[in-house]
Design a protein around this ligand. Structure first.
Ligand SMILES: Nc1ncnc2c1ncn2[C@@H]1O[C@H](COP(=O)(O)OP(=O)(O)OP(=O)(O)O)[C@@H](O)[C@H]1O
Ligand SMILES: [Mg+2]
Length: 296
């Protein structure tokens, strides 16, 4: 048995043993959560929300992912960080079931979902390009997916209104996507992903088309949503600062191979290899130094 430091699934704080969580997040209320976990190493798939086990993928003979292994905890904000072409989108597509891996397995809540169709995996996805329906209002964009999944009209309307409220877009409900800014369109895409109440949402570089200040606004909202709804978030980015600002843990992918998985603090203080040192630590240091010079 292993006793581990555990990420409280309700609030995201790290707690160990049978300690009460002291965070002020309303769902925790300081209760004793009894989060001491006694896990067996061979019981990995049952302990975590999502487990990727030895995922490999090649296009023709070009290997894109090589024996990728990682675990995501319930309620965790987990980022996959890597440079362009390292296999991030390929990995997300395999997680959600849009693409088959050549080898390996995906587990969710301990269940093998490797061959399950995407709609039955209980995962949502938000893409970089919003992927909204141009011919539907903001409200219909959110409600459509619910009705498509058989939710009755009254419930779909109620839920859509709530999700638009969560992302701060209630007053834009009757607008068309073309009448919104990029940041607002991405908020609609987030509301749509949330509407089906998936317990895991995947994000594929959702902020990369947006300006710096809108990125910051939406980052804050995502973090708030994660804490409020307890949704597990798996977030792909090539932006070191974004990954470190948002995440409980970060996985660094280099040419389809996992270089390191850890909290931002662990990665900064103990980079696992030269790639992590230069791609993450040196790059962040460069940004910090530049800012310092500017602020002087
Ligand atoms: N359908 C495909 N057929 C052949 N090769 C592909 C296909 N899709 C992706 N690739 C290749 O697989 C590699 C990984 O692509 P992927 O889109 O997963 O990278 P990424 O990390 O998401 O990059 P980016 O940050 O630019 O979005 C790239 O070299 C890409 O050219
Ligand atoms: Mg990509």
């Amino acid at each position: 048995m292993d006793f581990q430091l555990t990420n409280n699934p309700t609030c995201g704080d790290n707690v160990t043993g049978h300690t009460s969580c002291l965070c002020t997040f309303q769902k925790c209320r300081g209760d004793n959560l009894g989060v001491l976990t006694t896990t067996r190493r061979d019981n990995r798939s049952a302990t975590f929300k999502v487990v990727a086990e030895n995922i490999s993928k090649a296009y023709d003979k070009n290997s894109v992912l090589r024996r990728v292994n990682f675990d995501v905890r319930d309620g965790e904000f987990f980022s996959i960080l890597g440079s362009s072409g390292c296999g991030k989108t390929t990995l997300l597509q395999i997680l959600i079931g849009l693409l088959d891996a050549d080898d390996g397995k995906i587990f969710k809540d301990g269940r093998d979902i490797t061959t399950l169709e995407p709609a039955r995996r209980g995962m949502g996805i938000v893409f970089q390009n919003y992927a909204l329906f141009d011919n539907m209002t903001v409200f219909r964009n959110v409600a459509y997916a619910l009705q498509f999944h058989g939710v009755d009209t009254a419930a779909a309307r109620q839920k859509s209104a709530r999700m638009l409220d969560i992302v701060g877009l209630s007053e834009f409900a009757s607008k068309m996507p073309a009448e919104l800014s990029g940041g607002q369109q991405q908020r609609v895409a987030i509301a749509r992903a949330l509407a089906l109440e998936p317990d895991v949402i995947l994000f594929d570089e959702p902020l990369s088309a947006l300006d710096a200040s809108t990125r910051l606004d939406i980052r804050r909202e995502l973090k708030k949503i994660q804490r409020t709804l307890g949704t597990t978030m798996i977030y792909v980015t090539h932006d070191q600062e974004e990954a470190f600002a948002l995440s409980d843990r970060v996985m660094i992918l280099n040419r389809g191979v996992v270089s390191q998985i850890g909290t931002p603090e662990e990665i900064i203080s103990s980079p696992a290899n030269d790639y992590v040192q230069s791609f993450v630590v040196d790059n962040l240091q460069f940004k910090i130094d530049s800012l310092r010079r500017f602020l002087r």
